[in-house]
Design a protein around this ligand. Sequence first.
Ligand code: ADP
Ligand code: MG
Length: 731
Amino acid sequence: MSLRFKVVEEAFKKHPLEIQNPEKRPSEYFAKYVFNQKKMWKYLPVEIYEKLREAIEEGTPLDMPTADEIAKGMKRWAMEMGATHITHWFQPLTEGTAEKHDAFVEHDGKGGMIENFSGKLLVQQEPDASSFPNGGIRSTFEARGYSAWDPASPVFIVGDTLMIPTVFISYTGESLDYKAPLKKSLAAVDKAATNVVKLFNPEVTSVSTNLGWEQEYFLVDEGLYAARPDLLLTGRTLMGHESSKNQQMDDHYFGAIPERVAEFMKDLEIQALELGIPCKTRHNEAAPNQFELAPIYEECNLAIDHNMLLMSLMRKVARKHGFRCLLHEKPFAGINGSGKHNNWSLVTNNGILLHAPGKTPEEHLRFITFVVQTLVGVYRHNGVLKASIMSATNAPRLGACEAPPAIISSFLGSQISEMLDKIERSTTNDLFKLEGKHGMRLDVPQIPELSVDNTDRNRTSPFAFTGNRFEFRATGSSANPASAMIALNGAVAEALTNFNERVNERITKGEEKLSAILEVLREDIKLCRPIHFDGNGYSDEWREEAKRRGLDCEGSTPLVYDRYLDESTVAMFEKTNIMTRAELEARNEIKWETYFKKVQIESRVLGDICMNHIIPVATKYQSVLVDNILKIQSCFPAERATELTAYNVGLVEKINMHAHLIVTKVNEMVETRKRINRITDIRERAIAYHDEVAPYIDGPQSIRQHIDELELIVEDDMWTLPKYRELLFIR
Ligand code: ADP
Ligand code: MG
């Protein structure tokens, strides 16, 4: 039996792992490992608890004596929970998270040790972070990087370690991570949105951002994974002929979850709930072996911590169950990829959902204001929003198999669309009567109607309105969602600020408030019209139409990153106080570098597999065929032998042709890489990798086309790499 068959047999034999079900309700173990309000109350003196609550809710800074007291209480709780170490936990620009563990111990001055954990260690650390990507910031400014506690993110325990969520900044204050600019973007939205809500609800004092992410992923058996060097080293398959059956029958979507997977999900959910992640939904996705987990939405900063935490938990729990969890956006060609839909909305301190239709005309107008200003932000910065979700791994996913195309547009549905049209065309303010509950005139759709088409079936829209929120669907499954949220929050904060200024200008000049709001809205509805598109995002007509509308249609990842450095983008990020030009430039360097390195690794892995697996296997099978041909020729008269060997001779030639093309292309690819690696400008190098190396990996000219043809020709038993049909169906 071939090695591959053995691996496949093992994979299909595995029995589900029995999970220790705590036999308790989630409400009993939810947030067991989180230092939440309840534990703060229990472990901190009352006045310290109050100061911390104030810091969390109002962002007031903590003084060192208070931090010391907090650290004491946290240590007591952590030690009771069995923790022995502490780490600052931060989100560098590598997409993952980073930690540096220190034990709770100090010398006691008498030759022994005591358990210690000071306020200083809680509040600030100086990780030797020179190996984290910084895009030149630290060499330009200062060599040190600091991690500083974010009291708004609760501290938690993983294993034996107390994890302190932190921002990661340079000595001179530049952000080296996702959390710092994210928090600034949330503050910008708070300020801008609060000013606008006050036009309708003067009692509102703050606005926060909600995020509900939906995490898609694939599971693959660990043994099969280990037999695929491409999966192991790049997170996706770089070759593999389509399975005869994949998702055509739609029988996986919402189908019964295989038992082995169900056990994994149960285990994952228990552990996630214990960490305070409010898991809610789990189901099969469209592709075989593809699944989704979604929590209940939370405040954006916390939701992002939870997503980062969940992704690392998924990887860990999967291994325990003999799986590998693939978070790559396109692990398999030809079937759906994985995204991370970001459900985004704004909510006031007194609980008003600003993207939800209201009941009175005032509420309705407020709702329309927030929808329109969101669209204005997305329209003005559609290029940056795309840049915020573009990556070497997300690029192959976009534009096919239910993933949105690489052009940002917004689906609104017929009711909202008609309503906006009506407002734009109307010339009087009778449309909205702000005096009474029943003063709504004209046939502006009413609330019960509005909820009818609140979720769209157009799964390919990159930014869809879904009833009480927008769903940013272009985000990739492996990405830190903060990248998309920073861009979106910044764009919307800018639009809201601008709206507020224009309305107030009119009011100062004596115009009535209602009229001022409606006039400015009319201008804005007209302005953002090009971003609205409810049709088929995959059609060629849309591509043409989008170009005519002036939307960003660039598909090359390294070129899309240029949008971060447009003057309008820099102005938006600087005005909203989210990032400076220097920070944007530094982060782009990192993006280009990450991009070309990923393509470089894929290209190397592909070359190696070709030379070590594909060509040797093809040659071996060719020899078998040649042997058969020679034997037939030795026992039959020439004419008859020609007839009898015709088929195999054809195969020998086919193998020869594909093998020849593979070797030629691999050599070309290696030479191209060598040449490109000499380009010193990082942006230029990334562009060259995109234009000249990536086409060898994917697309009609790719090397994989020939490998996949060979896979169909070569005897099954000889093929060394597990095939799609084996990788994709869990037993
Ligand atoms: P679907 O797959 O139909 O988009 P799901 O139920 O899988 O819906 O996921 C929807 C996500 O959106 C969940 O995380 C949910 O909590 C979140 N969500 C619901 N309402 C809001 C809202 N107003 N703002 C932000 N997120 C929301
Ligand atoms: Mg969704």
